[in-house]
Design a protein around this ligand. Structure first.
Ligand SMILES: [Zn+2]
Length: 63
C-alpha cells in the first residue's frame, strides 16, 4: 500500500501529446536545422555541420 502511494506521487504531470514543430531533440545541435539531420550514431548534427564536425573528430574523406 505504501509503495503505491509513493509511485503515484512520483508520477509527473500529465503532458499528453507532445507538440510537433518544436522538436528540440530532432534538430542539429550546432545550427538548429532539422533538415538533413543525421541521427545515426547519436551524432545529432545536420549534414552540413557533420561535414565540418567529421573532419574534427577524425573522419576521413574518401573521394
Ligand atoms: Zn547543422
Amino acid at each position: 500500500m505504501m509503495q503505491r502511494e509513493i509511485i503515484q506521487k512520483q508520477k509527473p504531470l500529465n503532458r499528453t501529446k507532445p507538440r510537433k514543430g518544436k522538436g528540440k531533440e530532432k534538430a542539429c545541435r550546432r545550427c538548429g536545422n532539422s533538415k538533413g539531420l543525421i541521427s545515426k550514431y547519436r551524432i545529432g548534427l545536420c549534414r552540413r555541420c557533420f561535414k565540418d564536425f567529421a573532419l574534427q573528430i577524425g573522419f576521413q574523406k574518401y573521394d
